[in-house]
Design a binder for this molecule. Sequence first.
Ligand code: C5P
Length: 214
Amino acid sequence: MGFAVAIDGPAASGKGTLARRIADTYGFHHLDTGLTYRAVANALLDAGAPLDDEEQAAAVAASLDFADLDRSVLSAHKIGEAASMVAVMPAVRAALVDAQRRFAAREPGAVLDGRDIGTVVCPDAPVKLFVTASPDIRAHRRFAEIEAAGNATSYDVVLDDLKKRDARDMRRADSPLRPSEDAHLLDTSEMDIEAAFLAAKRLIDAAYGAGNKT
Ligand code: C5P
């Protein structure tokens, strides 16, 4: 069983950047679990299937190969929205969580980021981080990303979509977005990625070092 780092937080909180940085530093595997929900949503959209067809969505989830997740295709805004709709279905979550747990056990370690990593996927992870930032700051970051990719949108639309997605993710019955009791909170509203990384590194070094000595 490898060393697992669980990172949760809402959209555009900075958790993905932090997860990649930690994985690179420690030579750990990294899984952006949002991509797994996005891949299921994308397959349904491609097939012209309704997004609330739980049986079909669960079948797609069960046959998903994490090696095929293509961020450049799956990062589209509308796929994010669709992902949060398929993510409310328990059969979809069960299939994906199963595979995510296998990923989390990989040696020498794995960093997983998502919404339910510390609470459901890896409740025993030795390091759990919950990354937040104000809705306004997150919307500005997301707006800048969309503009940089050459797509047209307005800040108000981005903010409105983020708030809707937060609400859907926090209010769903199965595995809602929330910090686990033992998670360390990192608010990146006023903190740059370097400061967030250094805070995370201190926690990981303490737990990883201790684990390696036993
Ligand atoms: O993180 P990302 O924006 O790619 O996630 C897309 C959607 O997938 C989220 O809004 C959420 O509904 C769902 N998701 C989830 N559990 C995770 C990761 C993502 O429910 N662990």
